[in-house]
Design a protein around this ligand. Structure first.
Ligand SMILES: C[S@@+](CC[C@H](N)C(=O)[O-])C[C@H]1O[C@@H](n2cnc3c(N)ncnc32)[C@H](O)[C@@H]1O
Length: 252
């Protein structure tokens, strides 16, 4: 049976403890980089003639809160450099918003990696326009070294680069659909290979990995989310072992 190894703590401290050249595929959904524009209500305008504020913007409480949680100024290059020695060959999917796309593509250019831009299309976006296009897309950047695994026999839809995501009930505020993550695993990780998620949240990448015959290493720094992902993966394991609840045949 596939294994999962879940670790509670900060990935910047934990990743260095993972064996070098042991990971086939990273699927990570890190904190996004927040822009300095007024969009999204994270900044509000202040007096135009404040010479110390090049953006003429003042932080709202919500961005202060995100910064406190370390969720505002993600440094993509620093993170990719952290996981690179752990990969057999560099291969990963990284969720991001628009300001981060450039950082990922610069990394691809610097290391001569292949890349794809995968789009998550929100069918019911927040109707904010405020001098911008609708906030109806998020992105996932795939970066890979030449010679990495790419399945030839997955389902036709597994190779699509556009996913429509709805606004269904979530168990984590940034939860990604397991069905979408499963496509990445099927296309990019050989059976029996190991997937790493350094920002595990509710454990969706873990489920996508074990459902598709791969091992999983997941890291999460918030105890409540760590417990949630542990529970979800444990349920899968119990099911594999034929251990059900009292009224599902578990009393034989
Ligand atoms: C965008 S969410 C991931 C959601 C996940 N993809 C899912 O489907 O549930 C990012 C998660 O990373 C965690 N996190 C943020 N910084 C971290 C760090 N330095 N190390 C480990 N976890 C971190 C947050 O607590 C949050 O749960």
């Amino acid at each position: 049976m596939n294994t999962f190894d879940l670790r509670l703590g900060d990935c910047y401290g934990i990743v260095p403890t993972i064996s070098d050249n042991s990971i086939d595929l990273a699927i990570c959904d890190p904190p996004y980089k927040l822009g300095t524009c007024a969009g999204g209500g994270l900044y509000k305008p202040v007096g135009k003639d404040n010479p110390n504020n090049p953006y003429k913007r003042k932080e709202t409480n919500s961005i202060k809160e995100l910064k406190k949680l370390g969720c505002a100024d993600f440094n993509a290059e620093q993170f990719l450099d952290l996981i690179k020695p752990k990969m057999k060959k560099f291969y990963g999917y990284f969720f991001c918003n628009k300001p981060l796309i450039l950082d990922y593509l610069k990394y691809a250019e610097k290391h001569n990696f292949l890349f794809e831009i995968i789009i998550l299309y929100k069918s019911a976006p927040i109707p904010a326009r405020n001098n911008h296009f609708l906030p109806d897309t998020e992105y996932c950047i795939m970066l890979r070294e030449n010679g990495t695994y790419f399945a030839k026999d997955a389902e036709f839809d597994d190779y699509r680069k556009l996913f429509t995501v709805g606004s269904s009930r979530k168990i984590h505020p940034a939860e990604k659909p397991v069905k979408m993550l499963e496509r990445f695993v099927r296309v990019s990780c050989p059976k029996g290979g190991t997937v790493l998620d350094c920002f595990m949240g509710s454990g969706s990448t873990g489920l996508a990995s074990v459902y598709n015959g791969c091992n999983f290493i997941g890291i999460e720094k918030e105890e409540a989310y760590f417990d949630l992902s542990s529970r979800r993966l444990k349920e899968w394991q119990d099911e594999q072992n034929g251990v059900g609840g009292l009224f599902e045949g578990g009393y034989y």
